[in-house]
Design a protein around this ligand. Structure first.
Ligand code: UFG
Length: 355
């Protein structure tokens, strides 16, 4: 299959691009490099540097490269930032997704896997969260993604677009020691903790210690980026009907994978929650560093607890996490940060990289 990966120079997109290539697919990455890194794009992928707002570029790529399917990552992701400048999230995440969908429609590309988020659920009524639980985002980031899910549903209904929406919980870890998380600015908990170990920050700020949780800090479900990436390949295969090859019609119908099947909407997490304090403690064990932490006020827009039920994707697509342990996740992140303190800025050690 020939796959257009938007945001393929980013943290998760670049891992998926690599997995797609390994599975024998051809990959075209479109990324404006505002957050992504040229060096993160696998050498065997084509890189088109450009913006999703550029409809002419999208038309050209979709048609000239004979794209079969799109995996759409490109977006701003910092929930906290979205509470300061929501307009940038609605422009980049929502409006640009519409441009992409219009271009797909015009080019007859009918399949898309969308990077959605646990932030759709807001403060959930119960945990673990299931896919048909109420969608009430607590931050503008979550709303910007929910609007895309709503557009996808209408495009499915009216234009027959086939889509999978993967609602990520907290992506973390590194797929290889030389491919990892390098956001600028970095707002995520695990890299910020490891920055302290590297001497780049004096202490970790714990945002909020008065949440209704066992130790008063927010609880999240951390998922290894490779496990997340693998789900995209399963979803893509499911959209193409490939995984069910050989299954009789009846089997296909039971699994909801017919041509006229409903969209595939899945949570992706490990079903286990860790508080901010617990994550800091695991990082202390992994790195052997004391990691000073100070208590700070809450960060606006943070739900207290986000834990996924991923039973649906396990049941329907056979997804299974290979690295569910938080310690393994933090170890892999540490391996990347320890050896790439500057992120991708100093790729001299990574000879196989795109320069
Ligand atoms: N936190 C701190 N100190 C920090 C950074 C984070 O205490 O320096 C806390 C946050 O307040 C939050 C938790 O650690 O309670 C996790 O925060 P992250 O910023 O790492 O992740 P979020 O849960 O805010 O958001 C992430 C992704 C979103 C996704 C969400 C799904 O950035 O895209 O997970 O759960 F939607």
């Amino acid at each position: 299959m020939k796959v257009l990966v938007t945001g393929g120079a980013g943290y998760i997109g670049s891992v998926v691009a690599e997995e797609l290539l390994q599975a024998g697919h051809a990959v075209v990455v479109i990324d404006n490099l505002s957050r992504g890194h040229r060096q993160a794009v696998p050498l065997d992928a084509e890189l088109a540097v450009g913006d999703l707002a550029d409809r002419a570029l999208l038309d050209r790529l979709l048609r000239e490269r004979s794209i079969d399917a799109v995996i759409h990552f490109a977006a701003f992701i910092e929930a906290g930032e979205s509470m300061k400048a929501p307009e940038t999230f609605f422009r980049n995440n929502t409006a640009n997704a519409l441009t992409l969908l219009e271009a797909m429609l015009a080019s007859g590309v009918k399949r898309i896997v969308f990077s959605s988020t646990a932030a759709l659920y807001g403060d959930p009524e119960h945990t673990p969260i299931e896919e048909d639980d109420p969608l009430r985002p607590a931050n503008a980031y979550g709303e910007s993604k929910l609007l895309v899910e709503r557009m996808l549903a209408w495009f499915h209904r009216i234009h027959g677009l086939r889509y999978a929406s993967l609602r990520y919980f907290n992506a973390a870890g590194a797929s290889r020691p030389d491919r990892g998380e390098a956001h600028q600015p970095e707002t995520h908990l695990i890299p910020r903790i490891l920055a302290v170990v590297l001497g780049r920050a004096a202490q970790v700020n714990i945002f909020g210690t008065d949440y209704p949780t066992a130790d008063g800090t927010c609880v999240r479900d951390y998922i290894h980026v490779s496990d997340l990436a693998h789900a995209h390949l399963l979803a893509l295969d499911a959209l193409a009907g490939l995984r069910e090859k050989g299954l009789p019609e009846e089997g296909l119908r039971k699994k909801g994978l017919r041509e006229d099947s409903p969209p595939l909407i899945y949570n992706l997490g490990n079903g286990q929650g860790f508080s901010v304090r617990e994550v800091v403690e695991v990082a202390r064990q992994v790195t052997g560093h004391p990691i000073p932490a100070i208590e700070c006020p809450r960060r606006p827009g943070d739900p207290a607890v986000l834990i996924a039920s991923s039973q649906k994707i396990r049941r329907e697509l056979g997804w299974q996490p290979r690295f569910p342990e938080l310690k393994t996740i933090v170890e892999s992140a540490w391996e990347w940060h320890r050896t790439h303190a500057e992120g991708y800025a100093n790729p001299a050690t990574d000879a196989s990289r795109r320069k």
